[in-house]
Unconditional design. Structure first.
Length: 410
């Protein structure tokens, strides 16, 4: 009974009711072994888990392959599929991607290239974006001698089971996911444009080096900005980590941030892990008030966010608690002045780090009028809010696609 249930997807379009049929990959495709003998093609492709089939020149910003040796590479035609055995977080058994570049190229024999028939390429493309086929891979292969490569024999790989349905249902499923991808692309583009817009405004609405007046300003303000040291307008505070083995220090109700949670997100509310009051007292962590600006101070120096509620951090931060006359404006001045200067000041050739004392010496430009402070804060906060809303919408769309991939394929 359980086996019979697998013949039907959990979710499907109205009007389709027949059972799906089990095929082997070898039943619907042939392995491509045609070599680029006469160097007919010079463009080398690569298979990226994130970007799909892409020109090697575009992906690496240079040609990795030796043009003299690509006569032994396999020819990849449009709509051919390519399996890359290189594993990653995005592709734990390696990605299988379809060539949608609209042109032919060549790829290393390290890849498994196959050409399909009797199946919708779009349907199969989205099948491989799901995870149903991973079980077969785990069952029949392993990571091999190299931890970054998945090892499976070609003869075994070609026996991979594929559940297929009628051509009309295949086409409808492919069209559905294509439309969903287009929606994701539109929202990603909008998010990217908002981030570029914010970056441009940061460049124009804060004075450049050696200048006391910004290029772009709200009407009615003419007073030159003042140069102040960061240590004079904020209290700088490091962080700490409670003993990880002491359970009494963890799973409390105090937010405790780590650098991986802060990637120029703007405003920060809930942390992934929380500590207890005892954990706070028994470590060098400090409870900081809302409005505190967090900045990563080790390795990846300069990622920032502002607290919307009280929290502590680990030692990977230098955090700035603005003085009363310095509202969240400090976050935006930091994004313009401080992150780039912090990287220059960061010490250590192999482990970049900036100390609180170094940070305190950084000079920032401050508007002399508190009303200009407020207008700047509101302007950039509105931009941040728009970025956050669009990021959440994009994340929901990606999660929606992930769910549909699980429910609409077998």
């Amino acid at each position: 009974m359980a086996e019979k249930a697998r013949e039907y997807p959990e979710l499907r379009f109205q009007g389709f009711s027949g059972a799906w049929e089990k095929r082997k990959l070898s039943d619907i495709s042939e392995k491509v072994t045609q070599k680029n003998t006469n160097n007919s093609f010079s463009e080398v492709f690569t298979n990226s888990a994130e970007r799909g089939i892409i020109s090697q020149l575009d992906f690496f910003d240079k040609d990795i392959a030796n043009q003299k040796n690509i006569s032994g590479y396999f020819i990849v035609k449009n709509d051919d599929f390519v399996y890359n055995p290189r594993i990653s977080n995005l592709a734990p058994v390696g990605p299988i991607k379809r060539n949608k570049l609209g042109r032919n190229g060549v790829m290393s024999p390290l890849y498994y290239i196959f050409r399909t028939h009797s199946i919708s390429p779009s349907f199969l493309e989205y099948y491989f974006e799901g995870t149903q086929w991973h079980y077969f891979m785990y069952l029949n292969g392993d990571t091999g001698a190299r931890a970054d490569r998945f090892a499976i024999k070609d003869s075994v790989f070609s026996t991979m089971p594929i559940f297929i349905t009628s051509s009309s249902e295949q086409i409808q499923i492919g069209s559905f996911f294509k439309s969903l991808d287009e929606l994701i692309t539109v929202n990603q583009r909008k998010l990217n444009e908002l981030k570029k817009l914010k970056k441009a405004y940061l460049q124009k609405m804060f004075p450049k080096n050696g200048v006391s007046i910004p290029e772009l300003r709200f009407a009615g303000f003419t007073t030159p900005w003042e140069k102040r040291k960061l240590g004079d307008v904020s209290d700088i505070q490091g962080g700490g980590t409670p003993d990880s083995k002491n359970q009494a220090y963890w799973s409390g109700d105090i937010n405790w941030f780590t650098p991986t949670e802060v990637f120029n997100q703007g405003y920060l509310s809930e942390s992934r892990r929380k500590i207890t009051k005892e954990g706070l007292l028994k470590s060098s962590a400090t409870l900081m008030p809302p409005g505190t600006v967090l900045m990563t101070s080790r390795a990846g120096v300069g990622d920032m966010g502002i607290l919307t509620q009280a929290a502590a951090t680990n030692q990977g931060f230098q955090s700035m608690i603005p003085h009363k006359e310095m509202p969240s404006y400090l976050l935006y001045s930091m994004q313009f002045f401080i992150s780039r200067m912090a990287n220059k000041l960061a010490s250590g050739s192999t482990f970049m780090e900036i100390s609180g004392k170094q940070l305190a010496k950084i000079e920032v430009m401050i508007p002399g009028d508190s009303q200009e402070h407020e207008l700047l804060c509101n302007f950039f906060k509105n931009l941040d809010d728009m970025i956050t809303v669009n990021q959440r919408k994009l994340d929901k769309l990606k999660e929606l696609k992930k769910g549909y991939l699980q429910k609409m394929f077998i």
